[in-house]
Design a protein around this ligand. Structure first.
Ligand code: TNX
Length: 540
């Protein structure tokens, strides 16, 4: 009898000493992850990160341990030593990052297990470890996202999360042509997108108003074509070295950069740089910057056009019959492809309203040959579906379903960017200070409550994923980018990651309100949508 009660007491002591119970806030963090994971179960205990907690990993984890250590150092102030190893008694008080073969997790899935002594993230590939790390950061106190040291305790609820994405293509696009954004601004945008498990960053590098990537064989493209922007600001461009650094920065976050050179329309910045490319384009009065063409007695043809700082679309084109045209295209695409390690080259192809239809079709076929010769896969806006597109190309749907459906019928994969749901340059409502409204007003629920897989006559297996474009006519600063992206990018990240049956607006609305604290901790100047009850960060 004595022994039995002694055993019971010892058991009770052991339970209270090491099975501390998670507080409601710690439990809430575990339950409010965005994008919503496939499975998440907490058993109510806690693990505490402290100054002795280490990161335990193996070299095949790639850049993930270093990324994690850097984020945690900034907010906790602890050392975050990275040690080589997997599980052992020394595995206690550690965050363990391990590759482990698992048939159900795919290339980007992961399992995250938290018990009282350790956190363990396992995945088939480093990308999965990176997504497990993002989830781990979300289940920590929101202060972990700040870039200054605050006091602990750094508590995590114990439990398990098993997760993998719905779509392989989870992207956003940034238009740096209409207004130029600096390398630092683009990096911050990529970093924020990666936190929501996006894996593609499409850079719209050229348009009528600006040419933003250095091309060594055609230097005027940036010297002249990069010298202004919408509204007449000073513009700018990325040197090839800067572009390469951006690509590397993205790769550390498992984000593939997709460069776009918009052809054969949206091309005035090139026509203003090289007269031999101009087959007689008339630059609209509104936004026309007096240039060589204006002063010329010869008029347009073979003379550089004026620079353009307005926002009309669809009025410029390359001319197939001009001898310089295809040399220009192939030099540019070759240089951009050789700087880009990712497998994609986006050739634009949209709104070529002044290109003859038969020329347009030939252009697209010739672009495809050049892209294939560079070892890349061609992507174009949906209009390229008018040419003989097949399973070697990807079509980006934005407006008219028929083009995407036709291309998919010939085997092309489709990226879903319907303007009425995904265009993050649309205003939230009639009072929004930034943005356009030609497609729709898009509130945070409009960006959330749609299923990418509902285009009539489009086979679900054709859908590669979802991409949210941020066009740049009305935005000029990092604050503007943040305001239009957040919180709608968060909605779209969940659309692309989480399986349709697990998504529900009411449930998302509550998680997003809770998540407001993390947006605040990241210093994001978001649109505080009235549809959401935003929880504020408590600072210490
Ligand atoms: C349409 S969508 C465009 C862009 C504009 C955008 C503004 C597409 C392929 N072309 O050139 O910037 O609308 O919302």
């Amino acid at each position: 009898m004595k022994i039995v009660s002694g055993f019971l007491i010892a058991g009770a002591v052991a339970l209270t000493s090491c099975t501390e119970k998670a507080s409601p806030e710690t439990m809430a963090a575990f339950q409010h992850v965005i994008p919503k994971p496939t499975q998440a179960e907490t058993d109510g205990g806690v693990f505490e990160l402290n100054a002795q907690t280490t990161i335990l990993t193996t070299p095949d984890a790639g850049p993930v341990p270093t990324y994690l250590a850097e984020v945690l150092r900034k907010s906790t102030g602890y050392a975050w030593e990275i040690q080589e190893g997997s599980s052992s008694p020394e595995g206690d008080n550690a965050i363990i990052l391990l590759l482990e073969e698992h048939p159900d997790w795919g290339d980007e899935g992961y399992a995250l297990t938290v018990d009282e002594d350790r956190v363990r993230i396992s995945a088939n590939h480093p990308a999965g470890l990176f997504y497990g790390v993002q989830t781990l950061l979300q289940i920590l106190p929101p202060r972990v996202h700040e870039s200054r040291v605050t006091d602990g305790p750094w508590l995590i609820a114990t439990g398990q999360i098993i997760d993998q994405p719905r779509y392989a293509w989870r992207g956003m696009m940034l238009d740096v042509a209409r207004h130029f954004f600096t390398v630092e601004e683009v990096k911050r945008t990529i970093d924020l997108a990666a936190k929501y498990k996006l894996n593609r960053f499409h850079l719209h590098l050229t348009d009528d108003q600006g040419w933003r990537i250095e091309i060594k064989s055609w230097p005027n493209l940036t010297a002249i074509g990069g010298s202004t922007e919408v509204g007449g600001g000073k513009g700018g461009f990325y040197t090839q070295e800067q572009y390469t650094k951006l690509v590397t920065y993205a790769a550390i976050r498992f984000v593939t950069v997709v460069p776009e050179i918009d052809l054969p329309g949206h091309i005035n910045s090139a026509l203003a740089s090289y007269g031999e490319l101009n087959g007689g384009i008339h630059v609209p009065e509104e936004g026309r910057v007096p240039g060589p063409e204006v002063n010329s007695t010869l008029g347009g043809k073979d003379r550089p056009t004026a620079l353009y700082t307005g926002i009309q679309v669809g009025w410029s084109t390359l001319r197939l019959e001009k001898p310089a045209t295809m040399k220009f295209v192939s030099d540019v695409l070759r240089e951009v492809m050789s700087l880009t390690p990712g497998p994609y080259m986006h050739i634009g192809g949209d709104e070529a309203h002044v290109t003859k239809k038969e020329d347009y079709i030939q252009f697209i076929e010739r672009f495809r040959e050049i892209v294939h010769a560079g070892g890349k896969q061609m992507i174009g806006w949906e209009e390229i579906g008018q040419a003989a597109i097949d399973d070697r190309s990807i079509v980006q749907h934005w407006s008219q379903a028929k083009y995407a459906v036709t291309a998919a019928g010939r085997g092309a994969r489709v990226i879903m960017s319907p303007a009425t749901r995904t265009y993050l340059d649309m205003k939230y409502d009639s009072t929004t200070r930034l943005g356009l409204k030609w497609a729709a007003y898009i509130e945070v629920d409009d960006a959330y409550t749609w299923d990418p897989d509902t285009l009539q006559n489009l086979d679900p297996s054709s859908i590669l994923g979802v991409e949210a474009p941020l066009w740049g006519e009305t935005i000029d600063t990092m604050e503007d980018i943040e305001y239009l992206l957040f919180p709608r990018l968060v909605s779209l990240a969940e659309v692309s990651w989480t399986a349709q049956p697990s998504r529900n607006w009411e449930d998302f609305r509550i998680r997003l309100g809770y998540h407001g604290q993390q947006l605040e901790a990241m210093g994001i100047r978001y649109y505080p949508s009235p549809l959401v009850d935003w929880k504020q960060l408590s600072r210490n």
